[in-house]
Design a protein around this ligand. Structure first.
Ligand SMILES: [Ca+2]
Ligand SMILES: [Ca+2]
Ligand SMILES: [Ca+2]
Ligand SMILES: [Ca+2]
Length: 591
């Protein structure tokens, strides 16, 4: 870099720093700085994002030795830790790979408070969330039902449960909760992800922990590319088993992995996503594995699961080859009431889509839906299913990038841009440059979470990338479609309403979603359940089936707002909300 260029880039950096601190509306006007669409120049793509900076860089301690955890970091969560109605951001971060200690602030996990104007303030130190070890995944859930969402962090050899004290601080309660014990069989595990799920609908969130491979940094296998160390194929490492911890309700968890039928299935787990695929009222668990078949744990009740991946057709893609299963999401793409599965994998493996056929089986429709052709050249980590253009059809965001180190850049595309796949009634349009993702350099993207950061009803994204700044993508899609969000409050059910299934009928169209904070790679999105409504200004009928079994009906719900919904105490209730006089954006209530 010649000095003149260096000077220019420093100036640009200073300008960017300033933009970070200025109000959101002005930042939109200056959006052209980031290559996004300016206020004058409306994007033509139906789904479009503009880049915003945030002062976090993921540091996984990349070394020339290429230790496996270095390329698997980067979980991120969105959740409203202080209950001010605006989703905040928590990033996990690495540590020194040799000591597995965060011996520098560059390795700290970070909590950012959402100021509401598109800017975020780092509140990590006050919150007590710096962390201690090499962290990877994060799962958000209010495990003690006190109204404040808590944080589970999955890491290499050490997981952490942080209790949210409700005053902006968190306490590490891992030991007390019984979650700090090394596994009897496997010893210290490398956990990459977790999911909060109330497996027995007793109102207490249980914890499913996804463990990856058996790893010892001092015994790393020798893998090379062009005579340089390279990250090894997972076949060089032994499998480990996932874990299921039952919430006893007194702040203590019991490991029931063995009795529950989870332990009998060791794998190389990468992510877990949750849905009740057969609509029997019990949440089921899908687990992706790296170069192994996927698992689908059917919940049989009484804290028992059976693994039905092969039986139901989700273990492998139809070509029958093992793929590098990465992140997943498990939601209804076809508005038929049965949640479908999407997972990300590496190039030449495609991003498989399994369509749920009335709860009894899954049909792989990757090729038929056009996804094979679109995703074959891509590598991806996170999958997040959400309706980004509010047309009533859920789209698929994939954070892209390869597992390989930059040394392999001559052979494969290591750094990649992100892509959103727009749902065209079951077919897909891959939007990359069109969606604005070319505004930032391609990276090895990892974790991703979805939230409406600025309250405009358009779902935004936060994405991490290895050895690079995190990315905020503000949704500035051009349409004026309507939307509604449900912020659930369980009473008999868990406070977060995780597992609640919502059916919305608007202008004769029916759609479904459910509350789950597990989506993406190592990531968690703990936000209200979002529906795009297209032209409809009113949701005519809303049916909420709570995990307790309570069915709640709401009628004539005016769109374009977040509706706070409390689980009623009666068995079945029908409530109508009066249409609001003017277009309101926030804080309507139903009970
Ligand atoms: Ca709590
Ligand atoms: Ca089920
Ligand atoms: Ca859509
Ligand atoms: Ca937004």
């Amino acid at each position: 870099m010649v000095p003149a260029q260096a000077e220019t880039s420093r100036k640009i950096k200073r300008r960017r720093d300033r933009v970070f601190a200025i109000p959101f509306s002005l930042a939109i006007l200056l959006g052209v700085l980031f290559g996004g669409a300016s206020a004058q120049q409306k994007p033509s793509s139906p789904i479009h994002f503009s880049s915003r900076p945030i002062d976090f860089s993921l540091d996984s301690s990349e070394t020339p030795q290429r230790h496996a955890p270095e390329t698997m970091a980067g979980g991120v969560a969105v959740f409203d830790y202080d209950r001010d109605g605006k989703p905040d951001i928590f990033f996990t971060n690495g540590a020194d790979i040799n000591t597995l200690k965060k011996d520098s602030p560059k390795y700290w996990n970070r909590l950012f408070h959402n100021n509401g104007d598109g800017t975020f303030t780092d509140v990590t130190e006050k919150a007590g969330l710096k962390g201690t070890g090499f962290d990877v995944g994060v799962a958000i859930g209010d495990y003690d039902n006190d109204g404040y969402d808590d944080i589970f962090v999955a890491g290499v050899y050490r997981n952490t449960l942080y209790h949210n004290n409700g005053n902006g601080t968190f306490t590490d309660v891992t030991e007390k909760a019984g979650l700090a014990r090394p596994d009897k069989q496997y010893g210290p595990l490398w956990s990459v992800a977790a999911a909060w799920v109330d497996i027995n609908n007793d109102g207490l969130l249980d914890l499913f922990v996804v463990n990856y491979i058996s790893w010892d940094g001092s015994k790393e296998p020798d893998c090379e590319f062009n005579r340089k160390p390279e990250y090894c194929h997972p076949k060089f490492y032994k499998e480990t088993a996932s874990q299921l911890f039952l919430n006893n309700g007194n702040g203590i968890f019991t490991d029931i992995s063995e009795q529950a039928g989870i332990r009998a299935h060791p794998g190389k787990g990468m992510s877990a996503c949750i849905a009740d695929y057969d609509n029997d009222g019990l949440p089921d668990i899908f687990v992706t594995n790296d170069k192994l078949f996927n698992f689908l744990y059917h919940n049989k009740g009484h804290n028992q699961f059976e693994e039905v991946g092969f039986e139901l057709g989700v273990a492998l893609p139809e070509h029958g080859n093992l793929i590098s299963g990465m992140g997943c999401d498990f939601r209804d793409l076809y508005n038929d009431g049965y949640p479908d599965i999407v997972l990300a994998a590496l190039q030449k493996e495609t991003f498989p889509i399994y369509r749920n056929v009335r709860g009894g089986a899954f049909e792989e429709i990757t090729a038929r839906s056009g996804m094979t052709v679109l995703s074959d050249p891509m590598s991806g980590y996170s999958v997040n299913i959400a309706d980004f253009d509010n047309d009533g059809w859920k789209d698929i965001f994939v954070s892209r990038g390869d597992v390989a180190s930059p040394n392999m850049a001559g052979r494969i595309r290591v750094d990649q841009p992100n892509t959103v796949f727009r749902n065209l009634n079951g077919k897909w349009a891959a939007l990359t440059e069109e969606a604005g993702f070319g505004a930032r350099p391609p990276r090895r993207h990892r974790g991703a979470a979805v939230a409406d950061f600025d309250g405009d009803g358009k779902l935004d994204l936060v994405v991490t990338a290895l050895s690079a700044p995190a990315e905020i993508w503000m949704n500035d899609s051009p349409g004026t479609n309507h939307w509604i969000e449900f912020a659930l409050q369980g009473t008999k059910s868990n406070r977060d309403g995780i597992g609640a299934r919502i059916k919305v009928t608007a202008a004769g169209k029916v759609q479904f979603n459910h509350m789950s904070t597990a989506s993406g790679y190592a990531s968690s999105s703990a936000v209200p359940v979002h529906f795009g409504l297209g032209d409809a200004r009113v949701a005519d009928e809303v049916e909420i089936r709570w995990p307790s079994g309570t069915v709640q009906m709401l009628k004539n719900i005016v769109a374009d707002r977040v509706l706070q919904v409390k689980e009623p105490l009666g068995a079945v209730t029908v409530l109508e909300t009066q249409p609001a006089p003017a277009r309101q954006t926030k804080n309507a209530h139903a009970q």
